[in-house]
Ligand binder design. Sequence first.
Ligand SMILES: O=C(O)CCC(=O)C(=O)O
Ligand SMILES: [Fe+2]
Ligand SMILES: [Zn+2]
Length: 641
Amino acid sequence: MENCRRDWNKVKKKITRCIAILQRDLPDIHISEYPTKHIFIGNAGLTTNADESSLVELITSVGCGLEALTLLPGKQYSFASFTSPEQARTVLMAAHGHLGVQGSISPVYMAYVDKVPMDPSPIKFRFPPGLSVLEDFVSPKEELLLMNLVDWGASPSSTAQGSVLKAPRIVDRGCMPSLPDQLTINRYLPGQGIPPHVDTHSSFTDELLSLSLGGGVNMDFRYVGGSGSNSSTIEGSRDKPPHYVVYLPPRSLCVMTGPARYEWSHGICPRMTDVVASRNSVTGLQLLPRQERISFTFRKIRHGECSCQNASVCDSYGKEQKNSSKGESKRSTSPCDLPNDRSAARIEREHVLQVYDQIAEHFSVTRHKPWPQVLEFVLSLPQGSLLLDVGCGNGKYMGHNKQVFQVGCDTSFELMKICNNQGFEVLTSNCLQLPYRDSVFDAAVCIAVIHHLATEKRRLAAVREMVRVLNVGGRGLIYVWAMEQRRGEKKSTYLKQNKEGSVAAEMIKDQNSEEKALPNYHHDRCLQKVEMVRSGATSLPVHVNRTEFMQQDMLVPWKLKPPKKNESRCERRRCDRGCGMVHGSRSNRTQSSEPTVDSLQITNSCDVLASQENVRCDNCHSKSRKKIVCAETRPDQVFHS
Ligand SMILES: O=C(O)CCC(=O)C(=O)O
Ligand SMILES: [Fe+2]
Ligand SMILES: [Zn+2]
């Protein structure tokens, strides 16, 4: 008796939930307390793998008089119509909460309804603007070769050699203006999908290309563009933004551009079958079982911010306002919370990112000597530590402590290439949006980076972001350029010896509060460097090198000097004798003479680097100021650090 009541309550709950879904989807259809000719069947629709024949089998096993079945694409319910209400009642009494369709253990939930939907296909097989699907983009042979490029754990039948898909095809056929530089490979087993999303505007440029291999799939596109420029041309009611289902056949290339890329989300519903349009079937629909599908998504990395101007979908737009309305004290873990004032982002793009991309080679040649205090910090980390270098530049602090696992990131792709060539684990990322989980690193360094950010808010956000990824108890080290290049009468090495001044702020992540952690150590100096007022974003004065800084925010020129003839340089590489350190190696390099460019260095208070003993590198024989000894191999040898 008790069991029976419990079961009945469960059935009541389920049918209430099913009816709520129906009322949300089709508010014109009403539930009837009394038997009618039509039954709503919850938990049995095309998305639960019910089809016409399984429903007919269920209904005819308990009753008769079935006149019609209505199945809707993308829905987990269906409708049955009978010749009389009595026949409908017989079926409902026997099946509701008890029986399931063939192959399913979960029962169906039924209710009488006043009518059934007239249009059996409320989902439109239409394309959002900016979307195209190029069928037969690769041949069956190319498809096989591409699928075999990836070893998913099981042994592939053959291994493809060489370039299979000639990348220019993407350009030749106008899918992208230039070659993609990013490839994501996804593998979907039947039943798997990807949640609806818009690929981050600031991460990738306009065109997104998805090549379907193996199986086809229905991709769902939903308009998310709010009051964007194209919204007036999009059909769909105010409450229900349009939702289009686009079938991507195997070997097709789906090209998302413009609105389809920026203002529509795309996703794949996790299910075993897809309803696709079919010319051969009476209903115009066909149920296709999913196959294993491998997608190659080609994209181009965006350097800088997106300029789409669509505030509701763009991560490069309007975040500052949203932030302040939410309240400043909220911790910013999501990219949406980041300050993003457009002019600041533009200054950083033009005067930092683009400059570093241009000077990367020269910068790397002239900036290979680690600052001793930073090196000391890196070397002090215990075995097994996970260390992050935020804004790692050419990787001069990487690879020194072989006992730690170190990763780095920097906004300059060219600098990341240099690191990558040295075998360092790096990725391209802005320090305001670190692509790491909360509290993962035991230590983090951020050396001469934060002064490149153009507003106080952004500098603080960068520090917060660094704290976010630090473990509780983790240690962070931040250096920024100093504005004051004198201590009393004493000039800094920057003024005296062409060496940069700096100030250090060391912090330890507080056990209880991340926010409190910042001023814990070197309070005044730490805050001094971030509490700066910008003097006007677009008219920054240009600093004269090796002179005192006139104000905090200035453009500091970088002179790209062509190397002297036969000038050799010391290129850092990992020790091939197994000590794990990074040493120098000689390489002759000529450099093209490029124009002088400005780089934004926002300066702050002063510290003088300790001068080092002058030693000669045993490897390339040029002079270095820092002596690093490869202890495990030949303690007598001296290399560049
Ligand atoms: O699998 C696909 O076709 C789409 C993948 C995708 O949207 C993504 O990785 O962002
Ligand atoms: Fe995507
Ligand atoms: Zn955008």
